[in-house]
Design a protein around this ligand. Structure first.
Ligand code: SF4
Length: 369
């Protein structure tokens, strides 16, 4: 397949559907079910957009996991960034989705309506350039995302260092994916028989960091692309492994992902950041799963420059995002879904984010009134 249209071709998808149904029937004959988790918000959206669930055999279920960076940012991190903005005189830059996520008492959006200087940006470079042009302002970039976005944050911190900027810093909520998968597999509440592994993250880290999933837990994983054909064939690859009682990490998204990833980008990450224990919404504290700015770049660490007292953080009342992020609950099993929680009035982050599971269900599976 050379052109993107091939990956969206209905005839190719139809043929794959038939193969999936046959394989599903074989597994059903062995009394087996498959629970496959996608751990990327873009996969969640593609699965909903292409109606992939409707093409699967009845004994194959797709679960959404903790793949949306906004959704897994803990209430305590959101409260801390809001406190920083309330207490200190800063100009904060962030991506649009983070803007509306509710913390315990407020959100960045609400703080902006109260007069705080909070701006939405499309690139961290916007924040860096603003800082260079406005030396009288303390500019903080609120950094969010997994391995895909961290190299860019590293680059801007190194640029700020080179330019000797004294008014630019980063509030890091960056996280890395593999430890979260380990936490899910160790969680007795969660039942997973295969992983659709994230394509974008894997462009950076390659396949090696996932090998423990197959070797330690005997669970198959396939690094998948984002079109209908990519997702269907990746599910087929997982089901074949399950049928053959095999567990390996395979790459379907070979047109983009190499086993070794992008070593230059990984080097860029760990020149500036080091791992630390980190709290994820729904998954709790996960060892060495967060990225903090190294001491050598401490002058750009907003958490050091603008300290805040820890406040007692709470999840929004009635919101089940934590269980949705672990694949234990589907969005429409939350009592607030489509009632008090909708994209125009979201209660939890999974409805705010454009990659959130609840937003995907609402947009594609539950049609609005
Ligand atoms: S429907 Fe809304 S309140 Fe319920 S889990 Fe999803 S985001 Fe949270």
């Amino acid at each position: 397949m050379n052109y993107i249209d091939s990956f969206r071709d209905p005839a190719a998808a139809g043929a794959l559907r038939a193969r999936l149904q046959t394989l599903g029937a074989t597994l059903a004959g062995q009394g087996r079910q498959a629970r496959i988790m996608e751990v990327c918000g873009s996969h969640t959206m593609s699965i909903a957009r292409y109606g992939i669930r409707d093409l699967l055999p009845p004994n194959v279920a797709l679960l959404s996991g903790p793949g949306c960076p906004v959704c897994v940012t803990s209430a305590s991190d959101i409260d801390a960034m809001i406190e920083m903005i309330k207490i200190h005189e800063v100009t904060a830059f962030t991506f649009g989705d983070m803007f509306r996520v509710p913390g315990t008492h407020s959100s960045l959006f609400m703080e902006k309506t109260y007069g705080k200087d909070i701006r939405v940006c499309y690139s961290p470079l916007d924040a860096l350039h603003f800082a260079a042009e406005n030396p009288e302002k303390n500019v903080v970039f609120i950094a969010i995302g997994f391995e895909t976005t961290v190299p860019m944050t590293s680059v801007i911190i190194k640029q700020a260092y080179k330019k000797k900027l004294k008014n630019f810093s980063v509030f890091s909520t960056h996280k890395i994916v593999p430890p979260a998968l380990g936490a899910l597999l160790a969680d007795k509440e969660v039942s997973i028989s295969g992983f659709l592994l994230p394509g974008h993250v894997s462009v950076i880290i390659g396949s090696a960091p996932y090998l423990f999933i197959a070797s330690d837990y005997y669970i198959p994983g396939v690094i998948a692309g984002f079109d209908a054909y990519d997702i269907l064939i990746s599910i087929l690859m997982i089901l074949k492994q399950i049928k053959n009682k095999r567990a390996a990490i395979e790459i379907e998204y070979k047109r983009v992902v190499r086993p070794e990833g992008n070593p230059t980008a990984v080097k860029a990450i760990y020149e500036v950041f080091e791992t630390q224990d980190c709290s994820w919404r729904g998954l709790g504290m996960i060892a060495q799963s967060g990225l903090k700015i190294k001491e050598i770049f401490a002058e750009f660490d907003a958490k050091i420059l603008f300290p805040v007292k820890k406040i007692s953080s709470k999840e929004p009342a009635g919101c089940k995002c934590g269980m949705v992020l672990k694949g234990i609950l589907k969005p429409d099993e939350c009592g607030l879904f489509g009632k008090s929680c909708r994209p125009d009035n979201p209660v939890g982050p999974c409805m705010v984010s454009s990659e959130g599971t609840c937003a995907a269900y609402f947009k594609y599976l539950k049609l609005q009134d």
